[in-house]
Design a protein around this ligand. Structure first.
Ligand code: ZN
Length: 433
């Protein structure tokens, strides 16, 4: 998916988008009401045909294909909630919220491409949305117009050109990935290599963002609701959130790209990812719970799957329960404290997340592997941008992470410390997949 900024739109187009997004929210709520009614009356649940019937015929001023995309999204949301509830997560609710806006969506066939323009229809009798066509857009693609909290963005889903890859059944070289928080991931191969990607950057960005939100909330609580200052603080909050989310997404992509590159460099054919679902749902204290709920391992899994598919590495997910608490040498169970695993029984010592990865090998591939001798530690990418170092302190003045909006934009990114990178692999090469 590629994201195009729609920052500088005319007022007319902005109003058109806003109106359309509000109509789309109306269509969503019509589907929600139908679905809720069926549930309350214990009747048969509506399918796509039923949603189609209640939304068609000019009830909503949108292009018919856009409306279809809305109820397809609704149907997918219901299916996902149903699946989760079946798997025992009863706290998941079916769609119930009132929406004021919903993204405007078009399937590929609804998009019209002209030489320099993208034309997106808004329905009969209404003017279409027209955007400048990016040079890389060569064929019609599904797309949506999404409000990111500060301005609109156009999300274009590009088709994969070659996804057909032959799968080998038995693989010789494989790896396991243990997702964690302090370290984004630890990869252990059965060839005696390991890679640990630090997650401290992501964690600190999240901590910073939480603190910023707290500060703004405190100020906002002293304002009258709807006042000019209240609105202004709301806008600042949206900007900070957008900035934080982007920085975190960037690091996530870079970190997972490093993992997949590492696998590729070592000729790995299959990757097993441990799903840390059970860990996350443990409740242990306010601070820990905040950290856990901010841990987006689902995204890591998604990114890893996408990137490994692109590089023709087989990828599968399974339960990782208990892998991080067993000693890889003697099998003794013990909950580690800190980042280091020390076995009270046999004296084994090793990196905690790597231990988890080693223990996953018997579960995933029926093979016991030795604790890796060489561990590579990498950061996913740059966290801060540095100005030229000041002579008096010797330490470089760092631009603060919070006021990243305007200050650091014009400075060329530099490396803070040389990163330990596997040979022939520059950090700049770790690009977004
Ligand atoms: Zn032991």
């Amino acid at each position: 998916m590629r994201i195009v900024s729609l920052k500088k739109l005319s007022k007319r187009q902005c109003a058109l988008i806003r109106e359309g997004q509000s109509e789309a929210a109306g269509a969503w709520m019509a589907c929600r009401d139908l679905h809720r009614k069926a549930r309350e009356e214990n009747g048969p649940w509506p399918g796509r045909d039923a949603y189609h019937r209640i939304t068609k015929g000019g009830r909503f001023s949108l292009h018919s294909q856009s409306i279809q995309q809305v109820f397809r999204a609704f149907d997918a949301a219901v299916a996902a909630a149903r699946e989760n509830r079946r798997n025992g997560r009863k706290e998941i609710r079916y769609p119930y919220k009132d929406k004021r806006f919903f993204p405007l969506m078009w399937p590929a066939q609804a998009m019209a491409l002209e030489e320099k323009r993208i034309v997106l229809p808004m329905g009969r009798g209404r003017s279409s949305l027209v955007f400048r066509r990016p040079a890389w857009l060569t064929e019609k693609c599904a797309c949506k117009v999404v409000w990111n909290g500060v301005y609109n963005e156009l999300h274009i889903s590009l088709k994969e050109t070659d996804s057909a890859s032959e799968r080998k059944e038995a693989t010789e070289r494989h790896a396991t990935v243990d997702l964690a928080q302090i370290h984004q991931a630890a990869v252990v191969t059965n060839t005696g290599e390991a890679l640990v990607i630090s997650g401290r950057g992501i964690r600190s960005l999240k901590r910073l963002h939480s603190k910023q939100l707290g500060k703004i909330q405190k100020k906002r609580s002293r304002c009258r609701k709807g006042s000019r200052r209240w609105r202004k603080l709301g806008r600042t909050r949206a900007k900070l959130t957008l900035c934080a989310n982007r920085r975190i997404r960037d690091l996530r992509h870079k970190g997972t790209r490093r993992i997949v590159n590492f696998c590729k460099d070592h000729g790995i054919e299959a990757v097993f990812i441990g799903n840390p679902d059970a860990v996350r749902r443990n409740r242990c204290g306010r601070r820990h719970n905040q950290r856990m709920s901010q841990w987006e391992y689902g995204k890591d899994i998604d990114y890893l799957q996408q990137k490994s598919e692109k590089d023709r590495i087989e990828c599968f997910i399974g339960d990782e329960r208990g892998t991080s608490s067993r000693c890889p040498a003697c099998g003794h169970r013990h909950k580690p404290k800190g980042r280091y695993w020390r076995c009270p029984k046999c004296g084994f010592q090793g990196h905690r997340d790597v231990v988890g990865g080693v223990n996953m090998h018997p579960l995933a591939f029926n093979q016991v592997v030795a604790f890796p001798e060489r561990i590579t530690y990498l950061r996913p990418g740059l966290l801060r941008v540095r100005r030229s170092s000041s002579p008096d302190t010797g330490r470089p003045p760092l631009t603060s992470g919070g006021s990243c909006l305007a200050k650091s934009r014009n400075q060329a990114p530099q490396r803070i410390r040389p990163l330990r990178v596997p040979s022939g692999n520059s950090p700049q090469a770790a690009s977004h997949g």
